[in-house]
Design a protein around this ligand. Structure first.
Ligand code: ADP
Ligand code: MG
Length: 254
């Protein structure tokens, strides 16, 4: 079906240059400059309202850039798993139909599937442990099962850059372990994985790189050097200055 593996694609470094993203002129991301190398497994962390989802949406090409630029990234290089709150779970589709939409970038919007496509869907569904659930409506799934389905869809999208927005919120530990294995494989394939999470212990254990965001960049680099209590406190202070409703989780801070 004409899909290149990530390693075949000579994707460049992603460069955020003085990036500002706004809603009604209020900046959600402010003068952000940083570099993300090909093949990084980067965690984006920061208080609630720090601009993490806004940044991912812009990288996925879903929202406009107000100022600055995102260089080295085309929307057709990206697979995006949105934050669950952005999803309409009542949409009447089965697991198979949801997963199969991951083929659309390669075969076209809502085109009929051939037997090779069916096999690819089946193997993606098996890879996330959902065999037997193909015909279940997505509104009957647990949070973990829905997240497994969305990961299968990303597997089929087969892109060199993968954006995951809070992929492990409210899921069971078995799902977390299984989907971490899927991400580890993407990382080994030299895909660039950028994931938003609140779980600092997870970042320390699994993600080599981290970007601490509080509308602006507080720190970016090796996770252990970014997630210091000093940096986290600075992010909280900056964020509180913007928004008194913030409830940043300081769990696991050294
Ligand atoms: P995070 O994902 O880090 O919690 P978001 O990127 O969702 O933060 O939001 C960043 C800021 O932008 C917040 O102050 C939020 O209230 C605001 N915001 C997010 N989405 C919208 C929207 N659709 N319209 C207006 N403001 C928004
Ligand atoms: Mg968010």
């Amino acid at each position: 079906m004409g899909v290149s593996s990530a390693s075949d694609l000579s994707i460049m470094t992603i460069q955020l240059n003085n990036l500002t993203l706004t809603y009604d002129r209020h900046p959600a991301v402010h003068h952000l400059s940083t570099t993300i190398q090909k093949g990084e497994w980067l965690a984006i962390v920061g208080p609630n309202g720090a601009g993490k989802s806004t940044l991912l949406n812009a990288m996925a090409g879903l929202s406009a850039v107000d100022e600055g630029a995102i260089d080295g990234l085309q929307p057709d290089m990206v697979a995006h798993l949105p934050q669950q709150t952005q999803l309409d779970k009542s949409f009447p589709v089965t697991v198979f139909e949801l997963v199969a939409t991951g083929l659309w970038p390669h075969i076209g919007f809502a085109k009929p599937l051939n037997s090779e496509h069916y096999k690819k869907c089946e193997s993606a569904i098996a890879a996330v442990g959902l065999q037997g659930f193909e015909n279940r409506m997505i509104n009957t799934l647990s949070g973990g099962q829905l997240q497994r389905s969305l990961f299968a869809r990303v597997l089929l999208q087969d892109q060199p850059v993968i954006l995951l927005d809070e992929p492990f919120n409210a899921i069971d530990t078995k799902t977390l372990a299984d989907l971490t294995q899927v991400i580890r494989q993407w990382h080994q394939d030299s895909r660039t994985v950028i994931m938003v999470t609140h779980d600092l212990d997870y970042v320390r254990e699994h993600c080599p790189e981290a970007l601490l965001l509080a509308r602006e960049c507080i720190a970016k680099g090796a996770s252990k050097t970014v997630l210091t209590s000093e940096n986290l406190k600075r992010a909280t202070r900056l964020s509180e200055a913007f928004d008194e409703r913030n409830n940043w989780c300081l769990r696991g801070v050294a």
